[in-house]
Ligand binder design. Structure first.
Ligand SMILES: Cc1ncc(COP(=O)(O)O)c(C=O)c1O
Length: 377
């Protein structure tokens, strides 16, 4: 195969494909002249709630705001503890810290890379509980739903809220393929531009079936303002504006198709790479439930593999680069604590290019380059 350049970020191609629809949607907002509090936001909220099989959706300013608003709406704050995965994107932890609560990391299962109920004993979820525990935030990392069905009874039994950080799994189904949504008590989504469902800047949403929780989130996102008595709480200002909502309505129409393209390309990778290198993928048929936000391989020679691919013109990414407990923001708080699975994952994981705008030929080229690296061992 001849040398190619394979970019990791294909956002320009995504925008080019949708450009006529985006131009029309944005023009409609500009013609209306209402950049906030117009019709696009409630329309998007209804459409995205339906997409998630949920009753309610509230658009907010970012994924991290969505997490923070959920925690605050539950009244979680100083003195409270929140269980979080040790292997996570740092925003999952930061949201807990922002409300003044303490993130309590729990190791992920080394086979599923998430907090999985069959491994509850292993992951130490039970051991991490204290009378101060108020919630568990589980993350659908890399595009795969956490086993909400198993985690929900655990949370119910212990009287804590189950919050799903679904920022990497828009449109994903449960691993058995039967349901979509699976939002726990409440889910937070990010719509950053490279998300499976992304806007043109920052955006996020809270999704839930709980009407009173949603009412509190709505109140908190708008300064905690009341009709005529000013703010009755220290609220946030966290807005999903009309242009972003209009853009998301366009993107939402393509979500299933674009996720299917990701799944087809992931199948191609799997056909070539499985058995050659460890792939962070769900078992068997469940690969078609994963929406493959990232296609992640794991090797103890990660940096050498990345360099080998770079020389072949292939961009890759590492996420997270540092386990959260070792990042500067948390190193002091967690000094002397070790989470070996999270540490190994951060040291060994590499995301290969995969998006709806890569071609099968490009995926074949990358997979062949990975195989060449392995064969040269
Ligand atoms: C798993 C996860 N949680 C939270 C966030 C934060 O979202 P935002 O950047 O919109 O604040 C992200 C963003 O990529 C994410 O991937």
């Amino acid at each position: 195969m001849s040398a190619q350049t394979v970019r990791f970020d294909t956002l320009p191609f995504a925008l080019a494909e949708l450009r006529p629809e985006l131009d029309a949607a944005i023009a409609a907002v500009l013609d209306r002249g209402q950049l906030a509090r117009g019709p696009e936001l409630p329309a998007f909220e209804a459409e995205f709630a339906a997409e998630c099989n949920a009753h309610y959706c509230v658009g907010v300013g970012s994924g991290m705001d969505a997490l923070e608003l959920i925690l605050r709406a539950y009244g979680i704050g100083p003195g409270d503890e929140v269980l979080v995965p040790a292997h996570a994107f740092v925003a999952t932890w930061l949201a807990v810290s922002h409300v003044g609560a303490t993130p309590v990391p729990v190791e992920v299962d080394p086979r599923t890379y998430c907090l999985a109920a069959p491994s509850v004993r292993y992951t130490g979820l039970v051991d991490a509980l204290t009378p101060r525990t108020k919630a568990l935030v589980a993350a659908d990392l890399y595009g795969r739903k956490v086993p909400t069905r198993h985690l929900a009874p655990f949370c119910k039994l212990h009287g804590i809220a189950l919050i799903i950080d679904a920022s990497q799994a828009h449109g994903a189904r449960a691993v058995d393929g039967t349901e979509r949504g699976l939002i726990g008590d409440a889910a937070a989504f990010s719509f950053h531009p490279t998300a499976n469902l992304g806007c043109l800047g920052d955006g996020g949403a809270v999704v839930s079936d709980d009407a009173s929780l949603i009412e509190r989130v709505r109140h908190l996102r708008g300064y905690g303002a009341t009709v005529d008595a000013g703010s009755d709480v220290h609220g946030l200002h966290s807005r999903l504006d009309e242009i972003q909502a209009a853009v998301l309505r366009v993107r939402l129409r393509h979500l299933d198709d674009w996720n299917r393209r990701r799944q087809d390309l992931a199948s191609k990778y799997l056909a070539i790479l499985q058995g050659q290198v460890e792939v962070l993928s769900p078992p068997g048929d469940a690969a078609s439930c994963d929406v493959w936000h990232n296609f992640v391989v794991r090797t103890s020679r990660r940096d050498a593999l990345a360099e080998h691919l770079r020389k072949a013109g292939i961009e890759t990414a590492v996420d997270p680069k540092v386990p959260c407990h070792q990042s500067a923001a948390y190193a002091r708080e967690f000094a002397g604590r070790s989470f070996p699975v999270a540490e190994a994952l951060a040291a060994q994981c590499l995301s290969l290019p995969l998006s709806p705008h890569h071609t099968a030929d490009q995926i074949g080229y990358v997979a062949a380059a990975v195989r060449t690296f392995i064969a040269a061992r």
